[in-house]
Ligand binder design. Structure first.
Ligand code: C5P
Ligand code: MG
Length: 208
């Protein structure tokens, strides 16, 4: 458990999006008094202090969204030309959501639903890149850097092969990694799940 001051310092970056009224009123978070059930600031305070210092940590994340006509299809921050896109509360970027979950999972910090509940109107239309950036901050605060990232995107149509470099360079830029450390594979569901897009991601976290 961290002292409140240390905890507020650790949290200084991520608390920008913490709508905790104590922070808003007094300029610091009051993690254990918050009437909000879960916020990014509160979770990072409590959980970051419990991340066990292993030399390497593996994270795994996945996400799926239903496809519907007239929605944008965002994958890894790239707008994919497609008649159908992800039905979602946020921008529905299944690749970035899975990356974020993999980062949190690597630190045993839960999942993005705890930090950005899709029942909360303040996260409507949220740019998924912002979610990933917050998770990256947690990785850094926990004393880790990213080794490499591997994604598998499952989608029947359209073909994503022609966009492989766009998607991997977009994710690499967001994660501040060279493209050679971001593997992107595509699979069809062989018609078993033609109405959804799914992404599975593993990450390797390396202790600094
Ligand atoms: O899933 P399956 O093995 O049939 O995929 C065959 C090839 O199609 C793979 O090489 C994959 O890169 C590509 N693919 C793609 N776009 C998709 C799904 C698969 O380019 N949406
Ligand atoms: Mg999602």
């Amino acid at each position: 458990m961290l002292f409140p001051l240390a905890s507020a310092l650790i949290d200084s970056e991520v608390r920008q999006i913490n709508r905790n009224p104590y922070q808003w009123l007094f300029g610091f978070t009051a993690p254990y008094l918050s009437p909000w059930p879960v916020t990014l600031g509160r979770m990072s305070d409590a959980a970051l202090s419990e991340v066990v210092a292993l030399p390497y940590r593996v994270g795994y994340g996945e996400d799926a969204h239903r496809l519907a006509v007239g929605r944008p299809l965002m994958l890894g921050g790239v707008l994919v030309p497609s008649a159908r896109g992800a039905v979602a509360h946020s921008d529905g970027d299944a690749a970035l959501h899975a990356v974020a979950d993999a980062l949190l999972s690597g630190l045993a910090l839960g999942d993005i639903g705890q930090y950005f509940p899709d029942t909360d109107p303040q996260w409507r239309g949220l740019d998924s890149a912002q979610i990933v950036r917050r998770c990256l901050q947690l990785v850094a605060q926990a004393g880790y850097t990213l080794g490499n990232v591997a994604l598998v995107i499952t989608l029947d149509t359209p073909k994503l092969g022609p966009l492989r470099r766009d998607i991997s360079s977009s994710i690499a830029a967001l994660l501040e990694l060279p493209q050679s450390r971001v593997g992107v594979s595509f699979k069809t569901s062989e018609g078993l799940a033609p109405d959804h897009v799914q992404t599975r991601v593993t990450v390797l976290l390396v202790q600094r």
